[in-house]
Design a protein around this ligand. Structure first.
Ligand code: F6P
Length: 561
């Protein structure tokens, strides 16, 4: 139970005060603006303003961000920034960065920004500077990673470990797995790195099928060290190893843990010398730049890992200091509010034109949907406005041959982010480099087609038969934000991730929800624990509904029980 009392409706801690968001003048002004905006097209907006691209392009760190293809005018942006001011987003940001316990329902500070603060910086919560501890863990991680990378971390039989299997789920998997894929060109290719998350035994089986226990190191990543999927997989991994190497003593050389729960780590049998800690002020989905990134650090090395942290910090500094009108996370967050609350968008697509960012949309799903998939306000009142969108996407150009048809000509309105890089991966063989222009030509072309479409007149002028004209017309007006950078370096990845973290924050603050708890994942966990004995032993589960009871009995019959 929180020790700090939760705010009541209208309390200052409730952030928005007594006036509901959708009753605010700034909200009503946006709704009125939306009415007047109806029918405005991106073609018109571009024609009317030759300076539009220049005025709506921002350069932050290494990111070149073109917002011009969004369905907004100067007035829209002014009204949105008015809303951000009225809802105290900057004040909540400052409270977060200052170590305030803004995660009200868990009574915790939210300080992932301290994880990437430079050595020597001061970030305090409860009067304590947390940076020295953060740096100490980073130094221990670095020593461990260097040892593995130098092949000096020897397994029980004296052989160096060369396969790292990260076992974790949610924030203890998606971040490091995404970043490992993204930064693979910077990784030690002599190390085999695998990520196991699913409690489906096939996941672990595939990771170990061709593994040699003598050279395999498990990194058990779990903030709580009680997550059923992770502990189940870790327990099987431990037996696999001990059976193969013939001694419990092998565990010390083949298991490391990343957790905030030293007691459970010790109970599991992992030497706490091989444990890397973090803190309750790091949320799971905000944790891959903490010790949860250990596997990533082993793969890419401490230096690259620190470059990534510097990229995060660059964006943190921009978020903390840039005026709202030129503050990228504010603008992306507010555009999402505009589309989701006033233009009827239900989802948001993230389309990286980079195979190395294949896992980025998966990562963002947890970051965004676990943070902002909420329907009560910070003070417990229900919201009467939409909150977080469904976030989805896959890398281009693959998506173009799957769902882009709907994006271009469907009835749904799906704003999208296009993310691409001027240069291909640094290790791409010469023969494959020319393809990069084709990849990027596709990204630019999609943004153009989505924004400007093709009118019936233009289609007809191409000589298309009259009856086919409606089928070949593209309405356009599908907004995109284009994010372009030199290359997908560790620093650029850090900048990108921090940008989305803070965008999610801005939206949660406007919607007056707590973006930092995740009570919505509890019920399913509790029910699964109740249902399992029904599957295994046929136990009676009191209160099981008729449909679930019937599925349980069919399952048992199919398993021959
Ligand atoms: O899905 C719920 C959740 O608590 C996430 O927020 C978290 O990232 C994940 O489970 C894993 O938790 P842990 O790191 O404690 O194993």
């Amino acid at each position: 139970m929180p020790t700090t009392p939760l705010p009541r409706p209208g309390d200052a801690g409730a952030q928005h005060g007594a006036v509901a968001l959708d009753r605010r003048d700034e909200w009503t002004a946006l709704a009125g603006h939306r009415e007047r905006f109806a029918g405005t097209s991106l073609r018109e907006l571009f024609d009317a303003d030759p300076e539009r691209v220049r005025r709506h392009t921002l350069h932050v760190g290494d990111l070149h961000v073109d917002l011009s293809k969004n369905l907004v005018t100067e007035e829209t942006l002014r009204l949105l920034t008015d809303l951000a001011r009225a809802t105290g987003v900057a004040e909540l940001r400052d409270a977060m960065l200052g170590g305030g316990r803004i995660n009200l329902t868990e009574d915790r500070a939210v300080l992932h920004t301290a994880l990437r603060a430079p050595r020597g910086a001061v970030v305090e919560t409860d009067g304590k500077n947390v940076v020295p501890e953060v740096q100490e863990v980073l130094d221990r991680m670095s020593a461990f990673a260097e040892k593995v990378r130098a092949r000096q971390w020897l397994g029980h039989t004296g052989q160096p470990v060369t396969r790292i299997v990260n076992i974790g789920i949610g924030g203890s998997d998606l971040g490091p797995a995404m970043a490992y894929e993204a930064l693979r060109p910077y990784s030690d290719r002599g190390l085999e790195v695998r990520f196991v998350s699913n409690v489906d035994g096939s996941d672990l089986h595939e990771a170990l099928a061709d593994a040699d226990p003598a050279t395999t190191l498990f990194v058990i990543s779990s903030k709580t060290f009680t997550t059923i999927e992770t502990i189940t997989n870790a327990t099987v991994a431990r037996s696999w190893l001990v059976d193969a190497l013939g001694s419990e003593k092998a565990i010390a050389r083949h298991f490391a843990a990343v957790s905030t729960n030293a007691e459970e780590v010790a109970r599991f049998g992992i030497d706490t010398d091989n444990m890397f800690g973090f803190w309750d002020w790091v949320g799971g989905r905000y944790s891959y730049d903490s010790a949860i990134g250990l596997t990533l650090m082993v793969a890419i090395g401490p230096e690259r890992f620190r470059e990534m942290l510097a990229g995060f910090h660059l964006m943190d500094t921009h978020f903390a200091t840039a005026p709202i009108e030129r503050n990228l996370p504010f603008l992306l967050g507010l555009l999402g509010v505009w589309y989701g609350n006033f233009m009827g968008a239900e989802s948001h697509a993230v389309l990286p034109y980079s195979q190395h960012l294949a896992r980025f949309p998966d990562y963002l799903q947890q970051l965004d949907m676990e943070s902002n998939g909420k329907s009560v306000q910070r003070d417990g009142r229900p919201v009467s406005w939409q909150t977080g969108p469904v976030v989805w996407g896959t890398p281009g150009t693959n998506g173009q041959h799957a769902y882009f048809q709907l994006l271009h000509q469907g009835t749904r309105f799906v704003p999208a982010d296009l993310i691409g890089f001027a240069n291909p991966a640094p290790d791409l063989p010469e023969a494959l480099v020319p393809q990069h222009d084709l990849l990027m030509a596709n990204m630019f072309a999609q943004g153009q087609a989505l924004a400007f479409g093709r009118t019936a007149e233009e289609v007809a002028a191409e000589g298309v038969a009259a009856e086919l004209v409606p089928h070949r017309t593209f309405p356009g007006n599908r907004p995109t934000t284009t994010i372009l950078a030199d290359r997908l370096s560790p620093s650029v990845l850090g900048q990108l991730v921090a940008l989305y973290e803070h965008k999610v924050f801005v939206q949660g603050a406007v919607w007056n929800i707590n973006s930092f708890d995740q009570w919505g994942v509890q019920l399913g966990k509790v029910l699964a624990e109740r249902v399992e004995p029904a599957l295994t032993e046929g136990a009676d589960v009191p209160g099981l509904d008729a449909s679930t009871a019937s599925l349980v009995s069919s399952y048992r019959a199919l398993r021959g029980r």
